[in-house]
Design a binder for this molecule. Sequence first.
Ligand code: G6P
Length: 607
Amino acid sequence: MCGIVGFVGKQACTSILVNALRKLEYRGYDSAGIAIFEGERIKTVKAQGKISEGLEAKLKTEPIFHATCGIGHTRWATHGEPSDVNSHPIGNGRVSIVHNGIIENYREIKAFLTSKGYGFESETDTETVAKLLDYYYEGDPMEAIEKALEDIQGAYALGIIFREHKNKIYAVRKDSPLIVGKGDGESYIASDVTAILEHTREYYCLERGEIAVLDERGIHFTDMHGEPIEKELQTATWDVESAQKGGYEHFMLKEIHEQPEAVKNTLSPRVKDGLPDFSECGLTAEKLREYKHIFIVGCGSAMHSGMVGKYLIEDLARTPVIVDIASEFRYRNPLVSSGDLVVIVSQSGETADTLEALKLSKAKGADTLAVVNVVGSSIAREADMVIYTNAGPEISVCSTKAYAVQVAFMYLLAFEVAYSRGKIDEEECKRLTAGLLAVPEKIQMCLDDMSGYQFVASKIFNADSLLYIGRGLDNALSMEGSLKLKEISYIHSEAYAAGELKHGTISLIEDGTPVIVAATQSALFEKTLSNVRSVKSRGAKVVMICRESEAIDANCADYKVGLPDAEDLFLPLISVVAMQLIAYYTAVQRGCDVDKPRNLAKSVTVE
Ligand code: G6P
């Protein structure tokens, strides 16, 4: 996830900015840069790669004057590959900006500015904001910011400098976080307090619709119309180390909490006029109408997202979908050919088996669509079409937010396939899309109180083995829940279709065996309950994950994890949060190394 810093004071700012950027390295990034006031101009130095190898190496070769104000950025690529030119700060000499978030309507803004004679150097959405500010700037930065923000849709935090307003930083935000630090005769902006803790613990949280103006005299807050506002000063109590994880004990917990924003960032750029839109990568409705078969291929959690995709696409679009594990697909001479679509899913974009599955599909003449998180990765470069999932960097080995965004994309894909094939009409497609866009709020509701997950974890953490069961979409979800638990807690667990238990696996149930039941699908609820009764009567300790409103007989379940109400279709994307958190707290209670589980690697680039 990108990081923003800014400094204004009396000291030389270059090393302050670079050190602050280093503190944000934990967020993950692929390039870094700074822009500082130097004499009468803005000087920008930026480079792809690690701060030490790229930006700092470049700074050593540049003559740097004594500058006391500047902005800096670590970039995690979303629009445009990691490169020097796509790095931030971005501007044109008159205005320079650093940006976190995604500008959804950047194509429209770019077309408008192009018609006004502007040219563009980078592939970023950010450059459109820099040029838009320049377009509106007629001497008053506040007026330019106010006008530009009226045109911009999406999520953003921005640090802005104007050449003609020397040693002043303007900061605004919507959705992406930004804080303003208050030091002794100096001020800062930063994506989080980690970046400035060595200088000050005092900071303000910038809220949506507020503008902060920082200069040598101090910090001044106004609303969008320039009316002054008073803000409450906060004091950070974190130590530097815990702040690296944004105050969370583990990256996994932090990444679980990032899911509402991550899902929003995946979905919103792909919805136009209330309908799914994949024109960015050339996946048109015509193509989706014509494909003979749809394959979804990946490893681990990525493959599990495909299982959800299969249920959704087959149900809504009445089109058969084949889901496969990449290491199996590549060696079984799959029945893929020209006229088929192969969806290749991978967080890292580097998984060796998945990459080979992609190459094989291309060699067999199929169209390939990569659904990847890391921009410019091997799979993204190799595929015919790419959708970036925009989850930001995932550091914990155990995938959480990357899975959630893959699943979120599967929903949109299913809606678009169904719509393009006439299986749902425009009204229904819009209704479903609106329902999906409301899911992040429901995910947030699952994140507001941890006590239920902690309680369940306290009841299962001593188990030697357990089962996850569910039917339909809940079955697909259980596979991911079970994988999370075994990855990080080292408890043996197995996911099983609830109705299939009686054909063998039920023999594993003995007194006290925990069984985690996903029961979110109304049509299958009673069927699942009868499976629950049969494991309960054999001594199982049952944990039900279902709607909070569902009345569960105490003879049936020992513990209930309640979910917010939502349409059946969307509940798997919400209930996965409960599965992740049960796994997380179980691993914590067992004293496991949550972020770096034994024997596992984040990116598996060997067969
Ligand atoms: C590893 C990770 C899993 C991940 C899988 C696929 O096994 O530990 O969490 O799901 O690789 O990774 P990819 O980067 O291709 O999604």
